[in-house]
Design a protein around this ligand. Structure first.
Ligand SMILES: OC[C@@H]1[C@@H](O)[C@H](O)[C@@H](O)c2nc(-c3ccccc3)cn21
Length: 601
């Protein structure tokens, strides 16, 4: 029979109210649950009324799964949800943090550390739009991006997920939200979630708040700062994201002055939902409420109580469905968690699902598969790579520049373990959670790009880690040495030394001792480089450029000029850290905003 909530011509508020009035407590609690795909089945979706499923980093239907595989999998879960009494569609989420990066063949854009260098919100918006299309190409309507962290200490393993140390750059980069979701209509009410259509996705401003300010950059640790500092530095990206209609906000694992954000009612409910008027839904991080106790999960009922009452609306469990259902049911029945708190959470979740048209279009079809890894998106990524590069040294002095390099030369050397390694140039959060080494997905390595760009007569010799005996007899015109960090994500990227892993330093010093050399650094952050600076003739920071390595060669060989300016301070030694622009002890090797330029030839 006719049910008002199913009628797309009814106002959003009326549809929500009608549906809420029909829902049982277990159907409401089900909407607050997000599980990983590894424990999701159509039967479980139906039985527990589960509102959301995710792919954790690297959780894919199968190795090198096609877009069709993804769509079939997600549609399977969706059909389970649609077969429930009220047929509320589930929403599938994934970390598309630099393109749809779990998915084989997707365009992998530069990580945020490189995008911040461009200082171009319109470029970021285009990247968001492309990412939305590549997510929808695989049937995914929700992405856990943008990360709005303001990384204040590069020893943090997630610093590359941060656009900049400067709040103003991160504030500007919130343009990723309308890129992903579409532009809020002029009459849009403040804080109301807005996703324009089936070519767009729901976004997720993360990690609320202060994730990038922890002590020594220790992941998930404690951000010790006063309220003014928190609101003027770490909150910077959230104001605009909410004005731009961001659909969801993810809570940070970290603590503020000793209090875990996942249990911080004053900041999640009081400030975010109250002061900032955020009307979308708040989602926890992976097992984020479990970490409210020590040991983790030691008192799950307490975890649920603190997390839900703090204002978390959807819990990324991601495995223990019945434990959560039993725990929250107990808490509601015994008035530890109020029905109004449950209703607030469910209303917010339904508001996003209704507004983005999920009730009208719960299932994906193959019509958007053509967008996955499209040539147009790869060209956009290539432009972003070009504009993310920062030229830190160009010859011993200005009137003897090394760059741009001549395309015509008798023979050149390409060295370094990062020169021909797709996995290394993409970094973490690519194909797998931690990232990989090797030929991991479709793209152009820097070596291939160099070979594509030089004159056909120029001989290109590639050797990952050549010794002097190899180099000397060859009489190379010049060498390009590509070294840097190997992939990492989250805590495994935390470091206290920030050194370039072996054999990078040896490769640099060996090659640069005998050949004019351009060193290209593939790192997620500034690293120790001062000891080698005098020996290298030219130095380029390329960050983590992603699949379109052609963008690096475009600039090295002068088809485009270097334009990038550092969005992060480059320290001299790690004992200076944390050290950010504006600090009284500011004494960088290369200051925030530094970058040499070249003209296209
Ligand atoms: O992938 C989902 C979310 C992601 O959106 C967050 O940015 C990130 O903090 C995160 N860490 C884990 C995660 C961490 C350790 C083990 C397993 C999973 C999962 N996730």
């Amino acid at each position: 029979e006719y049910m008002k909530y199913k009628d797309p011509n009814k106002p959003l508020g009326r549809r929500i109210k009608d549906l809420m009035s029909r829902m049982t407590l277990e159907e409401k609690i089900g909407q607050m649950i997000q599980i990983d795909r590894t424990v999701a089945t159509p039967e479980a979706m139906k039985k527990y009324y589960i509102g959301s499923v995710l792919s954790g980093g690297g959780s894919v239907p199968k190795k090198e799964a096609s877009a069709e595989n993804w769509i079939d999998m997600i549609n399977g879960f969706q059909k389970g949800s649609l077969s429930t009494r009220l047929g509320i569609p589930m929403i599938y989420g994934i970390d598309a943090v630099h393109g749809n990066n779990n998915v084989y063949k997707a365009t992998i854009f530069p990580h945020n550390v490189g995008l911040g260098v461009t200082r171009d919100p319109q470029l970021i918006k285009k990247i968001g739009a492309a990412t939305a299309l590549e997510a929808r190409a695989t049937g995914i309507p929700y992405v856990f991006a943008p990360c709005l962290a303001i990384c204040r200490d590069p020893r943090w393993g997630r610093c590359y997920e941060s656009y900049s140390e400067d709040p103003n750059i991160v504030r500007a980069m919130s343009e990723m939200v309308p890129g992903l979701q579409g532009d809020v209509p002029s009459n849009g009410r403040l804080g109301v979630p807005f996703v324009a259509n089936k070519q767009k996705v729901a976004a997720c401003a993360k990690h609320y708040v202060g994730d990038g300010g922890t002590v020594k950059g220790i992941n998930e640790n404690n951000t010790i700062i006063d309220r003014h500092g928190l609101l003027s530095i770490h909150m910077a990206g959230y104001y605009n994201s909410i004005i731009k209609g961001v659909a969801t906000v993810m809570v940070s694992y970290s603590s503020w002055n000793g209090l875990r954000m996942h249990g911080n009612r004053e900041m999640v409910t009081g400030f975010l939902k109250g002061t900032l008027r955020f009307r979308g839904f708040v989602i926890s991080d992976w097992a984020g409420i479990d970490k409210l106790t020590y040991p983790w999960h030691a008192n799950y009922t307490y975890s649920i109580l603190e997390g839900v009452n703090a204002g978390i609306d959807m819990v990324m469990l991601p495995y223990n469905t019945t434990e959560f259902i039993d725990g929250l049911t107990y808490l509601v029945k015994n008035n530890f968690v109020s029905m109004s708190r449950i209703d607030d959470a469910v209303k917010r979740i339904l508001r996003v699902k209704f507004q983005m048209g999920l009730f009208e279009n719960p299932l994906a079809d193959y019509s958007m598969v053509k967008y996955l890894g499209s040539a147009e998106h790869r060209e956009l990524a290539r432009e972003a790579v070009r504009r993310s590069l920062v030229l830190l040294k160009n010859g011993a002095n200005a009137d003897e520049p090394v760059l741009p390099l001549p395309k015509k030369a008798s023979s050149i050397l390409v060295a370094g373990i990062h020169a021909n390694n797709m996995g290394y140039q993409c970094g973490g959060w690519t194909i797998t959670w931690q990232g990989l080494s090797g030929n991991t997905t479709i793209g152009t390595t820097i070596l291939s790009a160099i070979e594509n760009t030089v004159d056909p007569e120029t001989k290109v010799v590639f050797k990952e880690n050549p010794d002097a005996e190899f180099i000397k007899p060859n009489n190379f015109s010049y060498a390009i040495v590509v070294v840097g960090e190997t992939p990492y994500a989250e805590g495994s990227g935390d470091t206290l030394n920030l050194t370039i892993p072996a054999p990078g330093p040896d490769t640099m010093t060996t090659v640069c001792a005998t050949v004019k050399c351009v060193v290209v650094l593939l790192t997620g952050r500034p690293v120790v480089i001062q000891p080698y600076l005098a020996q290298v003739d030219a130095l380029v920071a390329a960050w983590l450029p992603g699949t379109e390595g052609q963008g690096v060669a475009d600039v090295l060989f002068g088809d485009y000029g270097f334009t990038g300016k550092l969005a992060r301070t480059w320290f001299k030694t790690v004992d200076q850290l944390p050290m950010n622009v504006g600090d009284s002890h500011y004494d960088p090797l290369f200051p925030f905003g530094f970058g040499l330029t070249t003209e296209p030839t």
